[in-house]
Design a protein around this ligand. Structure first.
Ligand code: NIG
Ligand code: FE
Length: 402
């Protein structure tokens, strides 16, 4: 298959094995052409079309090629850490109890409001580099540790300035109730009526998230807020059914959100609703490990026909881990997901969750040339926690130095 050539300049990659779209096996003796960072042709090495002007050639030495990882749920931009709270949790104080005492999300908010933008940028870039090192070409980053206009803008601007991967930003102003407000509904009104139009104008994001949970935002208030965000053309995503049956997952499906994330507490009816909906269930098992929660019902979701993605949920509270291999490993060990399902969850399905599936998430003609090239086998991935097999990441056809 080939895109129209128009004697375009192209880079030729050859002598590789391309992993099939379902991640079940690969094709050998393959080659592909990349023009301006886009895949233009994929085929057998001896069938390279003549009508391209090849300006560079890369012999890939029979290595495997597959689409690079898409991390579709992170809170990478924040100041400080919460190791003290982690110790408290381990001595029996719950996440919700810590939040009630003014800790949790609100303690990171204090630190993130205080830190200078250059310092926030510096510490965030180190974390982004760590994702890049693991083969992440595309990284979602949420705001939500400002909860005031100035700091939310600071977080989104820092996120957008990160070097390396493709960045997708999400506004999570509805993460917790800031101390300046005493009513959830009033705060949601403020962010929908005042903050969202400003973010839109500044082009800082086109996605809106909310944490629907007991002691956080209620689904009835959230519905009004999300409907307003939708009317302003924002894509929706929801932190849903993480600690209880909060109604978030049902709302995500009803409002055709791009994704419902966490979704641990799902009853049978909601589980079935996922199968008929386009809303992706984004599962975050490392957060469940840290929170000592049950793991989500990945097997039931997949068997019912739902689209399932995986992500790290990296944040200073419920998941201070950036380890992609651990995410997949937990999915294999605790959630009965197969290896091909895990690769799909971390590539194509993550792209669908972010609404970027027309450009990214699989290795096909017309898509960004974002891929991993490795001497390792597929079974070497999601095998050893903390250890990504040696590989080279390419973003828009260029080798990434990490
Ligand atoms: O995805 N659940 C809400 N938000 C984050 C936790 C954020 C935090 O604890 O700082 C999550 O788990
Ligand atoms: Fe999260």
């Amino acid at each position: 298959m080939s895109k129209k050539a128009e004697s375009t300049k192209a880079h030729l990659f050859y002598n590789c094995q391309i992993v099939r779209p379902d991640f079940k096996g690969h094709d050998s003796n393959m080659a592909f052409l990349v023009c301006d960072g886009i895949i233009h042709w994929i085929g057998k090495k001896n069938k390279v079309p003549k009508d391209y002007k090849i300006t560079k050639e890369f012999n890939l030495d029979k290595k495997l090629v597959f689409p690079s990882f898409i991390e579709c749920h992170t809170h990478t931009v924040f100041a400080g850490d919460r190791s003290d709270e982690f110790e408290l949790r381990n001595t029996g104080v719950s996440y919700l109890e810590i939040a009630k005492r003014g800790g949790g999300i609100l303690s990171t908010v204090q630190k993130t409001r205080k830190i200078s933008k250059p310092n926030l940028k510096k510490i965030s870039q180190t974390r982004v580099d760590e994702f890049l090192r693991q083969g992440v070409s595309t990284l979602e980053i949420k705001s939500g540790y400002g909860l005031d206009l100035k700091t939310e803008i600071k977080m989104l601007e820092v996120a957008k300035s990160m070097q390396g991967p493709e960045i997708i930003t999400t506004f999570l102003g509805a993460h917790a109730l800031p101390k300046e407000f005493d009513s959830y509904a009033a705060y949601l009104n403020y962010i929908s009526d005042t903050v969202l139009p400003i973010l839109k104008k500044k082009k800082l994001t086109n996605r809106v998230d909310i944490f629907i949970e007991k002691n956080f935002f209620e689904s009835a208030d959230a519905k009004i807020f999300l409907q307003k965000a939708k009317d302003l053309n924002f894509d929706l995503t929801i932190h849903a059914n993480q600690l209880s049956e909060s109604g978030g997952a049902e709302l995500a499906i009803e409002l055709e959100a791009k994704s419902a994330d966490h979704v641990i507490h799902l009853n049978r009816q909601t589980l079935q609703k996922f199968s008929k909906s386009k809303t992706v269930a984004v599962l975050l098992p490392t957060a469940d490990l840290y929170m000592k929660c049950a793991y989500p019902q990945a097997r039931k979701l997949i068997d019912a026909g739902a689209t399932v993605a995986l992500a790290s949920d990296f944040n200073p509270g419920s998941c201070p881990s950036q380890d992609l291999m651990l995410v997949g490993l937990l999915a294999r060990l605790e959630m009965k997901m197969t290896l091909p399902e895990i690769f799909l969850a971390y590539t194509k399905n993550a792209a669908i969750a972010l609404g970027i599936e027309n450009q990214q998430g699989d290795f096909s003609v017309g898509k960004y040339a974002n891929f991993i090239c490795t001497n390792a086998n597929m079974t070497d991935f999601f095998y050893s926690a903390g250890k990504v097999p040696d590989h080279q990441l390419f973003i828009r056809g260029s080798a990434v130095k990490v």
